[in-house]
Design a protein around this ligand. Structure first.
Ligand code: SF4
Ligand code: FE
Length: 511
């Protein structure tokens, strides 16, 4: 891997580490030579660079003491040793959302490492394998180098009614094509992959519960981003070419997210980078633990929401209507929604429990409730922001017209709001709201909020599984004086309830 001899500490180090890598990337029908310099890709690189810079400026939140290296490492590479570690992840995520107004992309890798940490421990216990030690070595190496990890879970899935081995084309799920003494070869594709092109290592993982016939699909491994046999096809984002059109029209010229499809054509993974190889009975546990971490990682959207609330309040001020009671009320409503997302996410971290590996896992119910809020509330926040912005947001002239010697002065005169606010400032804040609710960063703030870490129905299934209806029925029946349940049953249910809510459950009971 090019340019990674020393530890990557700063955003500038990170950007330098990406240069001169030989990746095969298609974007808008062309092969891209150097992604760093591409105007559409660069804002997503800047967003990841912000995760390094925050570690420099705010090490309390964005770094942690690693038990593997004995040094402080970037929190995105740290395994949670306590509920506080998970809470600090959430604080870091909110802060980065505030600083970038977009998806800063590193949480997938963090959540993949954390879920694999406990799952490999438990695979080893059951199958006498050696994955946990190999994973710890890998984590220690990535921490000492300061790498970005791209977690790659979502297969393209083909016919959703069929299991991986039943697909007409087996490549619909990443799978092992050949096993040798040295390692395995894998073929398939992963879709919607955040950060992948600008990470250093990819962690491939199964995406669904697997059965015995799906053994070849039960594969977890680490692959360098520039390994032979990988092709990336960059995803289009709404208004992505605005990033090449000029600073004002982009809305948020500096930062954006990134998604791509990764195609693996017989890509080799050596034995020491394989962390699951055929143990299909642990695929569901991995998916559930990963989503448990990742669904409360979506507090990132509360940081992005802070920016949107700030933009809505600014435009109200620029229009001279900030004192109107209905404007204030809309800002209060936006804040209420935004803080609701944050509350459930951070509560899921606070109520974490210890797994047998020693790593802490967030509360499943609250993590799912957090993510379920995220599938709805950013849409309402966006509706309110657009309400406060007014229709001008979508009828504004272009930056080129603003700079035109004849059209420019006309725009300046007729789009003036309050006399003391430059027209350009008014245009800029409207473009930011457009960017976040309709443009490039709406991809992350809205549709990714809907489908990332699982679509709404996936959370409803898990909330349904964990809602303890029997216990709640007993509560009601006891108070209503219905003699259907014995006190002993009720007592047992109470223990169950407090076991979840107060995280005193034994690690063995987590699955
Ligand atoms: Fe992190 Fe949020 Fe982006 Fe997911 S959507 S990687 S949680 S910033
Ligand atoms: Fe995500």
């Amino acid at each position: 891997m090019a340019n990674n001899a020393t530890k990557i500490e700063t955003g500038a180090d990170y950007i330098a580490s990406l240069r001169n890598r030989k990746l095969k990337i298609f974007l808008l029908g062309e092969l891209i030579d150097e992604p760093i310099d591409h105007p559409i890709i660069r804002p997503s690189i800047n967003a990841v660079a912000a995760t390094y810079d925050l570690a420099q400026s705010n090490p309390d939140i964005a770094t942690a003491l690693s038990p593997f290296t004995g040094e402080r490492v970037n929190r995105f590479l740290h395994i949670a040793q306590s509920p506080e570690d998970l809470i600090n992840q959430n604080k870091m995520q909110r802060r980065l959302g505030q600083l970038t107004g977009t998806c800063f992309q590193r949480c997938v890798g963090m959540d993949a490492l954390n879920s694999l940490f406990s799952v490999t421990y438990e695979i080893d216990e059951q199958h006498s394998t050696n994955y946990h030690k190999l994973l710890k070595d890998f984590i220690g190496m990535t921490q000492s180098k300061g790498y970005v990890i791209g977690g790659a879970m979502t297969d393209v899935k083909g016919d959703r009614s069929k299991a991986p081995h039943e697909q007409a084309d087996q490549d619909m799920y990443l799978h092992v094509t050949k096993r040798t003494e040295a390692g395995v070869y894998v073929t398939g594709a992963k879709a919607h992959q955040t950060v992948c092109i600008i990470s250093h290592w990819l962690l491939v993982m199964p995406t669904i519960r697997l059965g015995e016939a799906d053994k070849d699909f039960a594969l977890v491994g680490a692959i360098p981003v520039d390994a032979d046999g990988i092709t990336y096809i960059y995803g289009r984002q709404s208004c992505d070419t605005r990033s090449a059109d000029g600073e004002i029209d982009a809305g948020n010229a500096q930062f954006a997210g990134q998604e791509a499809m990764i195609i693996f054509d017989n890509v080799f993974i050596p034995q020491d980078k394989i962390f699951m190889n055929g143990e299909y009975d642990f695929a569901a546990m991995l998916v559930e633990r990963f989503t448990c971490y990742h669904r409360r990682s979506y507090v990132c959207k509360s940081g992005v929401g802070d920016v949107l609330i700030g933009a809505a309040a600014t435009v109200a001020e620029y229009n001279g209507v900030e004192r109107a009671s209905h404007i204030k009320d809309k800002l209060v409503e936006m804040t209420h929604l935004n803080e609701t997302i944050y509350s459930t996410g951070i509560a899921a971290s606070y109520q974490a429990s210890k797994t047998r590996s020693g790593a802490y896992l967030a509360d499943e119910m609250l993590a799912n409730v957090c993510k379920h809020h995220v599938t709805k509330m950013p849409y309402e926040l966006s509706r309110l922001a657009q309400d406060l912005a007014g229709g001008l947001m979508v009828t504004l002239p272009s930056e080129a017209d603003m700079k035109h010697p004849e059209a420019g002065p006309l725009i300046k005169k007729y789009l003036q709001g309050r006399a003391d606010i430059p027209t350009e400032s008014r245009v800029r804040i409207l473009r930011l709201i457009e960017n976040m609710t309709l443009g490039r960063n709406a991809v992350g703030y809205l549709t990714e909020s809907m489908h990332g870490a699982g679509s709404p129905q996936a959370q409803r299934i898990q909330i349904g599984r964990a809602m303890q209806l029997e216990y709640k029925k007993q509560l009601a029946q006891a108070l209503a004086g219905i003699p259907t349940e014995t006190a002993a049953v009720l007592e047992a249910s109470i223990e169950n309830y407090f076991g979840r809510v107060f995280a005193v459950k034994s690690p063995e009971s987590t699955k």
